[in-house]
Design a protein around this ligand. Sequence first.
Ligand SMILES: [Zn+2]
Length: 128
Amino acid sequence: MKFCSRQCYWDTLEDKTPWNKGIKVLAMTGDKHPRWKGGTKSEKQKLLYSLEWKAWRAAVFTRDGYKCIDCGFGGYLEPHHIIPLKETLSRAFDINNGITLCRPCHIATMGKERELARTYFSLVQAQV
Ligand SMILES: [Zn+2]
């Protein structure tokens, strides 16, 4: 093969790369990936999430004085989402959507989130 100039030579080399190489890579990542399932969280995101979770939990416990808002006892405390996470993720780290409950009280709320929400919201308001 003969080359008219140095530039022609490089052009020929360039042509050996498939024209769609970059496009293919892009198309197979992210939400265009055929097996995309919403994605897995990166380690960094997981870390940020757990830090945010810990900060939120600590803020809720501190506001409620590290005792169960329902029975007034301490023990094994858990932060409860007044509006459950399954209904909205946007208030996952909203301190006004969190309330301190001991484990037995927390378990007792399961399935009754909606009817308890109003009571808990007024209790949270009283704490502020
Ligand atoms: Zn309790």
